[in-house]
Design a protein. Structure first.
Length: 145
């Protein structure tokens, strides 16, 4: 584990929440992105070497919508940056943590991600994040942005 990559905050509406957080943090949101695989729209704020991610459901019955309905808006997850997500997934699985994905999936902000079930981490939803890399046709690795 390298560092806390970001803290995820579930919100009802990015349209309402982005201006609130811009005023709170005294800085602009640097990216808004839709993540189809997770059924969310996200907005990111940079804070030093860390980030805040706002998450809005794209589906009224989606995971974030259900979370907000049950718990209200607020802290949703903590994301940890890793060098090798597949190796971390194997290590954590062997150590008894319950992974919500069998393999990493494409997430927001150019990341490959995997979540740990909160029941195996003291009630905290943990997201593992690794900067996405792509392979060129010639076999060389490039970091995408």
């Amino acid at each position: 584990m390298q560092k806390i990559e970001h803290v995820g905050i579930a919100v009802k509406s990015l349209a309402d929440s982005i201006p609130l957080f811009e005023k709170l943090l005294d800085r602009s949101c640097y990216k808004v992105e839709r993540v189809e695989s997770e059924g969310v729209n996200t907005a990111f704020f940079a804070l030093g070497g860390n980030k805040l991610e706002l998450l809005e459901s794209t589906d009224p019955s989606g995971i974030i919508a259900r979370y907000v309905e049950r718990f209200g808006e607020g802290l949703h997850h903590i994301a940890l940056a890793v060098d090798d997500i597949e190796a971390e997934m194997k290590r954590l699985s062997a150590a008894g943590f319950h992974l919500l994905q069998d393999k990493p999936v494409r997430g927001a902000d150019n990341k490959m991600v995997c979540f740990l079930h909160p029941k195996s981490s003291n009630g905290v939803l943990i997201e593992l994040c690794m900067e996405r890399v792509d392979e060129r046709v010639d076999g060389s690795i490039i970091h995408t942005s």
